[in-house]
Design a protein around this ligand. Structure first.
Ligand code: S3P
Length: 449
């Protein structure tokens, strides 16, 4: 639901050392996929550790509207009684995906090869984001779309009556587009092939294999080639969702810039297609270690230990790593402000079409807090001032973007004067326990009166 009616202004101020254990919620990408694939399987899928943020709850509501029985058993345990591949009923209402690009794009893919008509909408942020990147390949399967100008929501998709399989080279590095095509391919006969030049998060591939689909991945000179055989009978699964590395990024980065801190963030998914931030932070000189590395539910997992790191250095971030840390650039730019020298981030054009234009949102807020930032179409440079030298004191706009709001709250933990955001309500989309979790570590983040 578009639940951002009442803005929640928030302030973050310098605090004593952060310490303790930060149990961040379940992975958002895996949570969406658990519900959608569960709804497309025959029988009952059990999920533990589901992220109960607004984005995922919108996907749960959507799966119910398509005929799946989705039950919340409490404490992050859910079950989904699926209707089988091609078994979606036509919803009798508009599907509101709230703030979630992942939710809407994956669900569009999942329904596009069924003979049903579905209208999608979202909040002001989602209704401004490009959908042609998904509806273009879905048209190749035989789906038809009517939407607003610029390929934006609200939008109606008429699913294909007689879907044909597709071979599609994804033109932008996007796991959402790749996943939409694969989910559409589930209900098309024959082999659907997706080619991606840069590898993006591979949760869909891993989970489709887990649900019993025939899917192969091959790394070639052309890129990564993923081949899915359509019309499998998906087998229900028991899924333990690992904790989200994109949420872990906030307490980790906060600990790095806060004097004397020592924070443990246990059970974090470290799938290599997601873990680029942590590699980058270590290159900057962060005291960040992986403990107790293990495999859980087919995903690599470790406990992260982050300690105050007073001598961070600005670096040139490897652009080849961009896809594996695409959601983490906002909080990386905050850490970069406390490093010595410039941090250069290139090959990041996709940041301009997230929940907000994240380069613009961060550059504007960082500048208002006394940090020099340069930016261009697909790059930006943050000129670090070094620990203890970042002024702060400004109000920043969160632009209905959870990660922008949280990044500025981390900024305020290290600046000389507190930092405010105009609206922290979007945080609930991905990290509903952000405020109590950070308070438990010792942070001073408060809602303004
Ligand atoms: C996601 C893919 C990424 C990421 C988003 C989650 C996913 O988006 O930014 O938060 O779960 O597939 P793009 O596919 O637009 O890169």
């Amino acid at each position: 639901m578009s639940g951002h009616g009442i803005p929640i202004p928030m302030t973050s101020a310098k605090c004593g050392p952060l310490s303790g254990t930060a149990e961040v919620p379940g992975d958002k990408s895996i949570s969406h996929r658990s519900l959608i694939l569960g709804a497309m399987a025959v029988g009952e899928t059990r999920i533990t550790g589901l992220l109960e943020g607004e984005d995922v709850l919108d996907t749960a509501r959507a799966m119910r509207a398509f005929g799946a029985e989705v039950t919340d058993h409490g404490g992050g345990t859910w079950s989904v009684h699926g209707v089988g591949t091609g078994g979606f009923a036509e919803p009798d209402r508009v599907i509101d995906c709230g703030n979630s690009g992942t939710g809407v794009r994956l669900i569009m893919g999942a329904m596009a090869t069924s003979p049903i008509t579905v209208t999608f909408t979202g909040d002001a942020s989602l209704n401004g984001r490009p959908m042609a990147r998904v509806t273009d390949p879905l048209a190749l399967f035989g789906a038809r779309t009517v939407g607003r100008s610029g390929g934006r929501l609200p939008m109606t998709i008429v699913g294909a009556d007689n879907p044909v399989p597709v071979r599609y080279a994804v033109p932008v590095p996007s796991a959402q587009v790749k996943s939409a095509v694969l989910l559409a391919g589930l209900n098309a006969p024959g082999q659907t092939v997706v080619i991606e030049r840069e590898a993006t998060r591979d949760h869909s591939e891993r989970m489709l294999a887990g649900f019993g689909a025939q899917i192969t991945t091959e790394d070639t000179d052309e890129g990564r080639i993923i081949t899915l055989t359509g019309q499998p009978e998906l087998q229900p699964q028991t899924i333990a969702v690992p904790r989200d590395p994109s949420s872990a990024a906030f307490p980790v980065c906060a600990a790095l810039i806060t004097d004397g801190s020592d924070v443990l963030v246990p059970g974090i998914g470290l799938n290599p297609t997601r873990a680029g931030l942590f590699t980058t932070l270590r290159e900057m000189g962060a005291d960040l270690t992986y403990e107790n590395e293990r495999l859980e539910g087919g995903e690599p997992v470790a406990d992260l230990r982050a300690r105050f790191s007073p001598n961070l250095k600005g670096i040139e971030v490897d652009p080849a790593r961009a896809a594996s840390m695409i959601d983490e650039y906002p909080v990386l730019s905050v850490v970069a402000a406390f490093a010595d020298g410039p941090t250069v981030m290139r090959g990041v054009k996709e940041l301009r079409v997230k929940e907000s234009d994240r380069i613009d949102a961060m550059a504007t807020g960082l500048r208002a807090n006394g940090i020099e930032v340069e930016d261009g179409d697909d790059w930006w440079i943050v000129h670090g001032r070094g620990h203890g030298n970042v002024p702060g004191g400004a109000i920043c706009a969160s632009h209905l973007d959870h990660r922008i709001a949280m990044a500025f709250m981390v900024l305020g933990m290290g600046t000389n004067a507190p930092v405010r955001v105009d609206d922290g309500s979007p945080i609930a989309t991905s990290f509903p326990i952000f405020e109590p979790l950070m308070a438990g570590l010792g942070a001073k983040i408060s809602r303004d009166a």
